[in-house]
Design a protein around this ligand. Structure first.
Ligand code: FAD
Ligand code: NAP
Length: 301
């Protein structure tokens, strides 16, 4: 939360003075004192909401980050809180660390028009680069201090008397106790992929080997020399199966229930010279982005 001019008795001042360290950085926020946040929010919304309404954003993925940036840059609005159930921002790109994880929308297009990046290494950026890009934006726009980590929003009820939502949150590791905060508006950007689905496969519970969902890849498992069974042939499998096959001695058995469509696509690295041109030549980056859009639309109409 940021302190607003003329709004000195809000949550903002209390949080920024006593709790800012806990909002710090990647994965450090497990000890966020939601009790304090909630108490503060309630008094803020109750006493000064006419001056500065409070907005709750549910989810700190790309949508939550983009929303926070837009509130600040387009509306000069700063009294918002992002609730994120995990310990870091980034959503999809925080969770999908499997080998070969990358976007298949061109990198220059799969990024904010207001935050062009001349440094994408390839036409289809890999997950670490995408995550780094979005977390750098979160740092640039100071979104960490707006974010309460390890905290899920579980319900929201419109209170007609107050003209506000009562938003109920629980700490992920803190038991089932629900607390509430008040918000004039609630923006849900929870995505559709943040809860991996594992089918109820007969025998899975008694299988003693390692098994995991691709969205929660267990990097402690060394697949070299092992027989790996892959269930499914969606976009994730299409990316990691070729990587598995490049591991020495790994044998892959893939179960494909329905056939899939694959569109032609190729990844090409950007040379240092190309990146220099994009970074230094006026308008080159913006025009290139437009060209990327036209080409990708032509290939995937
Ligand atoms: C491997 C992979 C590659 C992809 N590639 C592309 C691509 O090339 N192009 C494309 O357009 N799309 C792609 N997608 C889709 C991608 O998910 C979206 O582009 C985008 O990242 C979704 O962002 P989001 O913020 O809406 O959701 P998410 O990234 O899912 O973020 C939602 C956030 O909300 C949090 N959350 C959820 N519920 C709650 C709650 N109740 N309380 C608090 N926090 C909560 C989650 O922990 C998460 O951090 C890809 C997806 C995957 C898995
Ligand atoms: N853009 C990218 O580069 C990229 C990369 C990865 C993921 N994504 C996106 O992320 C989302 C998730 O992708 P995903 O590949 O992880 O999942 P997905 O697209 O939902 O694919 C799941 C796969 O598992 C199979 N499956 C599910 N239950 C099964 C069962 N009981 N038995 C056998 N097979 C079963 C499905 O088969 P059926 O088809 O027969 O149901 C499908 O092949 C998608 O929207 C995708 O577009 C995008």
């Amino acid at each position: 939360m940021e302190e607003r001019p003329g709004n000195k008795h809000t949550t903002s001042s209390r949080l920024s003075s006593s709790k800012s360290a806990q909002y710090g950085h990647a994965g450090q926020a497990a000890a966020v004192d939601v009790g304090h946040v909630v108490q503060g929010m309630a008094s803020q919304a109750g006493s000064s909401s006419r001056l500065s309404p409070h907005v709750v954003i549910i989810g700190g993925g790309l949508g939550g980050i983009a929303c926070g940036i837009a509130l600040k840059t387009q509306l000069d609005f700063h009294n918002f809180t992002i609730y994120e159930k995990a310990a870091e921002l980034g959503g999809t790109w925080r969770d999908n660390t499997y080998p070969g994880s990358a976007c298949d929308t061109p990198s220059h297009w799969y990024s904010l028009s207001t935050e062009l990046n001349p440094d994408w290494s390839t036409t289809l950026a890999p997950q670490p680069e995408l995550l780094a890009y979005w977390l750098s934006l979160a740092r640039k726009y100071d979104l960490y201090k707006h974010t309460v980590f390890n905290t899920s929003v579980v319900a929201a009820t419109w209170n007609a008397g107050r003209h506000e939502y009562e938003v109920f949150v629980t700490e992920e590791q803190g038991g089932a106790e629900r607390r509430s905060v008040w918000a004039r508006a609630v923006v849900s950007v929870v995505g559709i992929l943040s809860e991996p689905y594992t089918p109820d496969i007969k025998g899975l519970s008694t299988f003693t080997g390692p098994h995991f969902h691709s969205a929660r890849w267990d990097h402690g498992v060394d697949v070299r020399g092992k027989k790996v069974v892959v269930v499914g042939n969606g976009a994730s499998a299409a990316q990691f199966v070729p990587c598995l096959l490049r591991s020495a001695g790994t044998q892959v058995v893939q179960f494909c229930r329905l056939p899939n469509w694959y569109l032609y696509g190729s990844r090409a690295d950007y040379s240092p010279r190309r990146r220099w041109v994009l970074a230094k030549v006026p308008l080159a980056l913006r025009l290139y982005r437009l060209w990327v859009l036209l080409v990708s639309t032509a290939y995937n109409p």
